[in-house]
Every structure is written in structure tokens, then in C-alpha cells.
Design a protein around this ligand. Structure first.
Ligand code: HEM
Ligand code: PLO
Length: 448
């Protein structure tokens, strides 16, 4: 590859008219690995063209910090993409919507709704614990009965899992349609699949919205959908339409399901590879909680080992290795290089989480790196699985609570081992809008 450097300007991948740098981006490697590799040639901060669009790729903590935190507001925009426009009815969601005052209000509303059910109340803990018990029963084939929420095998849950899967496979993959909007006019299998999945999602969620509107008791929101409906009316005219409510709820639901379940699958996959780590977590559980009761959120500070395992899993396999693309909302700069309004910025969190200058042996799974000499949890700065700044994940604390409650309960009651004579899970992720582990098999035994 030819290295183009001119004074004051960022190194840039070779570029052709119309195609941009696409020829240099053809690779067997998934994008986060390719971008990491390109940093060896071009440096940690470089430019490329996605078709006609200039994009900067940030592969180190210092520049990521500048983009996400120092100049967070300036880089809080999102690009137009054909697939996400379809998913979100033209950006009426949070994650893929461009920055606007309406968006800010919407994000705040979701935040307060989450704290309503999360941190401050025991409601979420009760829900997650019940779900975790159900999962354990299912895993140990004890047969689970539950009312409210979904149980495994529920046809509606099956439907949700199917459309989620279809959306994950087709959304925002840098697919050609996202680079050249005019390609939309040609038949496109992925786009057809996405449309079909969105249609199923919409009919399911519209029914839920109508049900909620009918049965809502003012002042007593039962869930996020209620909180959104309430929030927009009590606020007078804050401009949130039914579409906004629907897209926001759909997104929280989609993000909530896909991210945490994927992280748990990664955690179990790594524990199968490292049985000694599983034993350490279980020893901690036995000591802090015992077998008589379920682990509670209040136990979390006493359980640094489990906490460090969760962190190490999110470091080594971040579910969102390139975050969501950011866009400069005004002329600005990164590392002293000027950046024009409208420039896309891809923050390669994979590269940051695997940077040998920040992490000792970044490829090995070593939860101890999140513990100090006295066994207490530490927070290395270049660990940002949820992003940071104005676009930081709104579900972060919810996700951390869920992960803790799920993993602790499941590991308290089950022991995971490689299947008899079987092989260990493949740890290479499949890149999509979330980085998922390939399907794997395992043996699950009850702990007594
Ligand atoms: C955004 C990670 C769970 C809702 C993000 C971003 C990341 C992320 C990296 C993009 C940040 C950026 O673009 O700079 C994760 C991880 C999770 C998780 C690792 C779990 C392990 C959740 C959950 C929810 C959620 C449970 C909701 C219930 C969102 C939303 C955004 C977002 C709405 C968009 C924020 C914005 O653009 O302003 N998340 N997430 N996430 N996440 Fe999460
Ligand atoms: C998951 C499938 C759903 O059907 C739709 C959906 C909505 C929000 C997306 C989520 C999917 C994948 C994970 C995303 C989330 C918004 C923030 C989160 C991209 C596509 C992350 C990890 O950035």
C-alpha cells in the first residue's frame, strides 16, 4: 500500500473517483481487524473514503478521548444511512438519529425512564432475577413455568428473535446501499429482508403501543413504553410523535436483547476456555452469597472477581467494536488536524482494547488486569465498551446490572464445561452491527 503523507494532512488510503477507497478495503478480515491492521501502515489516525464520503478512523485512546469526550458535542452527529433510515422511520430513534434539540429531549426521557426502573428501585432486580431463574431451570431442563414476560418457546418470543436476527444481519454493515443511496433503486436481497423484518416488528409493536395507551394509569408507569407516553404528555409539547415513541421503545428493546445476550454468550465461551477462571468466580460466589439465596445487586461491590470477568469479556470482545459512526457537526479538529463539518469518524474500540501499549498481552483473556494488588477493581482509562460522552450508551448501567445479576445467578447454580469429546467454542467473532460468537455447544451441570 502506498503511504500518502503531506505536511499537516492526515495519511489517507488510496482513493479513486466514485469508488473512494473501497478497493483498498476489500479484505477477508472483518472491518475492525482490517482497520487495526491498516493502522500499522498509516498510523493510528488516518483517512479513507467510503465511496464519496470522507471518514477518519481513530485507533488510539488519546484521539478517541478527544472525539468522544473533549469535543463530544462537536462529534455527536450521525450519518445518513439507507438501512438505518428504514429501521427508524427516518431517524425517530436515539442511536441512529442525527443530533437535534428534539433528540436531546428524547434521550433525557429514556435516561430518566431507566433510572425509574433501574438503580433506584428494586423492580428491575426482581424482573432480571426471575428471568435468570427461568433460564437456569431451562438450562437444567427442570421445566420452567412463569407468568408475565416471556417463557422460552413462546411463539411471540420466537418471532421477536427471528426479526431481531434478520435486522442484525442486514443493518448498517457498511453495505453498499449505505454508501451509495441511489443503489436502493436496484433489487437488493438484504434490503428486502430488512424490510420484511421491520414489517413484522412494526405490527407487533404497534399492537403493544395501542394496548399500553388504553391501559395506562397516569402517574404509575409500568414500563418504558408507559414512561415515554407519560413523559411526552406531561412535558406539554415536546414534539415526540407516536412514531418517536414507537421507534425509541423498539430500539431499547432491540439493543437490550441483543447486546446483553451476546455479552453473556461471549462470557460463557471464554469461561469454557478458562475453567480456572470459572472456578475462581464460583469460589467468590460461594463465599459472598452461598447457595441459599440469589445474588443481589448489593453483593456486587463484594464480588470483584466476577466484576473483573465481565470487564475482561467486554474488553476482549466488545459487542460494538466500531461503535456507531460519529459525524462532525461543525468544522473542528482531531490531534491538530483540521476536520471539516460532515466528516464521518469511526472509533475503532477494538484497536483501543487490543492496543499493546495500553494492555499487557492484549490477546489473552486475563480478568486480573482489572484488579489491583489487593484484589480491588480498577478502571483502566482505555476501556470504553459503552463509548463515552454525549453519545455514550444510554443503557450502560442497566446493562451492567443485568449482566451482573444474570451471570452471578447462572454461575451460582450451573457449571459449564466443554461437551464430552467436543471442541471448545471458536472465539473469532462474526462481525455485524453486533460482534457475535459463532454457535457453540457445551455441557451444563447443576452445582450442588
Ligand atoms: C449506544 C454498547 C447495552 C441502548 C451504544 C454504543 C455502544 C454501546 C458502544 C455506541 C456509542 C457511540 O456511538 O459512541 C453497549 C454494550 C451493551 C449495551 C457493550 C451491553 C453489554 C445497551 C442496552 C440498551 C442500550 C441494554 C437499552 C436498553 C443504547 C442506545 C444507544 C447505545 C439507545 C444510542 C445512544 C446514542 O446514540 O445517543 N451502546 N450497549 N445499550 N446503546 Fe448500548
Ligand atoms: C438489534 C436488532 C433490533 O431488531 C434493532 C436494533 C436496534 C438498536 C441497535 C441494535 C439492533 C443492535 C445494537 C445497537 C443498538 C443501538 C445501540 C447498540 C447498535 C440493530 C450498540 C451496541 O451500539
Amino acid at each position: 500500500l502506498e503511504l500518502r503523507r503531506s505536511p499537516g494532512r492526515l495519511p489517507c488510503l488510496p482513493r479513486l473517483p466514485l469508488l473512494g477507497s473501497l478497493l483498498s478495503l476489500r479484505s477477508e478480515l472483518p472491518p475492525h481487524l482490517l482497520f487495526t491492521q491498516l493502522a500499522c501502515t498509516y498510523g493510528k489516525l488516518y483517512a479513507l473514503y467510503l465511496g464519496p464520503h470522507l471518514a477518519l478512523v481513530v485507533n488510539d485512546y488519546a484521539h478517541a478521548r478527544e472525539v468522544l469526550l473533549g469535543k463530544g458535542r462537536e462529534f455527536a452527529g450521525r450519518p445518513y444511512m439507507v438501512t438505518t433510515e428504514l429501521l427508524t422511520r427516518g431517524g425517530k430513534d436515539i442511536a441512529f438519529a442525527d443530533y437535534s434539540p428534539l433528540w436531546r429531549g428524547q434521550r433525557k426521557l429514556v435516561h430518566s425512564a431507566f433510572s425509574l426502573f433501574g438503580e433506584g428501585s428494586s423492580k428491575l432486580q426482581t424482573i432480571v432475577l426471575e428471568a435468570a431463574d427461568c433460564l437456569v431451570a431451562e438450562l437444567l431442563s427442570l421445566g420452567a413455568q412463569r407468568d408475565g414476560n416471556y417463557s422460552a418457546g413462546d411463539p411471540e418470543l420466537r418471532e421477536v428473535m427471528d426479526y431481531n436476527d434478520g435486522i442484525v444481519q442486514t443493518i448498517a454493515r457498511g453495505a453498499l446501499v449505505d454508501i451509495y443511496p441511489w443503489l436502493r433503486i436496484f433489487p437488493n436481497k438484504d434490503l428486502e429482508k430488512l424490510k420484511a423484518c421491520v414489517k413484522v416488528r412494526d405490527s407487533l409493536l404497534t399492537t403493544k403501543l395501542e394496548e399500553h395507551k388504553e391501559s395506562l394509569t397516569p402517574g404509575d408507569p409500568r414500563d418504558l413504553l408507559d414512561a415515554l407516553l407519560e413523559g411526552r404528555s406531561s412535558d406539554g409539547e415536546n414534539g415526540l410523535s407516536d412514531d418517536h415513541v414507537l421507534m425509541t421503545a423498539a430500539e431499547a428493546f432491540g439493543a437490550g436483547v441483543e447486546t446483553t445476550s451476546t455479552t453473556i454468550l461471549w462470557a460463557v465461551a471464554f469461561l469454557l476456555h478458562h475453567p480456572e477462571v470459572q472456578e475462581r468466580v464460583q469460589a467468590e460466589l460461594d463465599e459472598c452469597v452461598g447457595a441459599e439465596r440469589a445474588p443481589l445487586l448489593s453483593d456486587r461491590t463484594q464480588m470483584p472477581v466476577l466484576d473483573s470477568v465481565m470487564c475482561e469479556v467486554m474488553r476482549i470482545r466488545p459487542v460494538s467494536p466500531l461503535l456507531i459512526p460519529h459525524v462532525a457537526m461543525q468544522d473542528t479538529s482531531i490531534g491538530g488536524h483540521s476536520v471539516a463539518k460532515g466528516t464521518r469518524v469511526l472509533v475503532n474500540m477494538w484497536a483501543i482494547h487490543h492496543d499493546p501499549q495500553q494492555w499487557d498481552q492484549p490477546e489473552s483473556f486475563r480478568p486480573e488486569r482489572f484488579l489491583d494488588n489487593s484484589g480491588q477493581r480498577v478502571n483502566p482509562p482505555s476501556f470504553l465498551p459503552f463509548g463515552a460522552g454525549p453519545r455514550v450508551c444510554v443503557g450502560e448501567s442497566l446493562a451492567r446490572m443485568e449482566l451482573f445479576l444474570f451471570l452471578s445467578r447462572v454461575l451460582q447454580r450451573c457449571r459449564f464445561t466443554a461437551p464430552h469429546g467436543g471442541s471448545l467454542p471458536d472465539l473469532q467473532g462474526r462481525y455485524g452491527v453486533v460482534l457475535q460468537p459463532p454457535k457453540y455447544t457445551l455441557t451444563i451441570k447443576a452445582r450442588t
